[in-house]
Design a protein around this ligand. Sequence first.
Ligand code: NAD
Length: 216
Amino acid sequence: MKYGIVGFSGRMGQEIQKVFSEKGHELVLKVDVNGVEEIGSPEVIVDFSSPEALTTTVNLCRKYKSGLVLGTTGLTDEHFKLLKELSNEIPVVQAYNFSIGINVLKKFLAEISKILTDWDVEIVETHHRFKKDAPSGTAILLKEALDKEITIHSLRIGGVPGDHVVVFGNIGETIEIKHRAISRTVFAIGALKAAEFVVNRRAGLYSFEEVLFGGE
Ligand code: NAD
């Protein structure tokens, strides 16, 4: 597979390059804050960068008629509108978390919140000190799975790749459900699954859940 990376010099970009090249895929497009290097024609573009890069990414996807795997967080409604338009032309997988564990947890939370209707619930998320957005995209998607207006607490400490704890409580007891990303490799492996899914797929906006578990 010929692929491009937007954010290739970043923490995730480096990890993606490693995981994709181990599988023999060929990096033919590199984009970061310093500019665009076009070596060949990508079948898929993987963007783990910054919301400011999205217009460049969308233009490149249109130019090459490639699929898009988008992991960048901190997107606004305007960005989602842009993605929706793009997905009429090409296949797009967008997810705020490309780990299997978080996507399983999402399903679990949707179920448990139907049972614990009168319990308090809050989320605590911890990430490395360089993370630009807060709350994390993952905390936002867990909140959506709970389908409740809840408080998210964000810690920015050291080099933590990503911890999320969902805490439920009533007057006499608490339940804590924790997910820990041990390394960023897990997200790069997920991005590879999504890239393989997107190649030769018909146009549309897909979730990582659809990649993992098929359509609803
Ligand atoms: P980073 O700061 O290490 O790297 C960012 C990269 O984006 C750099 O290469 C930088 O040059 C490039 N970049 C920044 N602004 C740009 C612009 N305007 N145009 C072109 N390139 C630009 O960040 P990171 O830790 O690699 O994370 C990148 C993104 O991926 C963040 O939004 C982060 O939250 C997200 N992320 C998502 C997941 C997921 O599973 N969806 C997992 C981890 C990180």
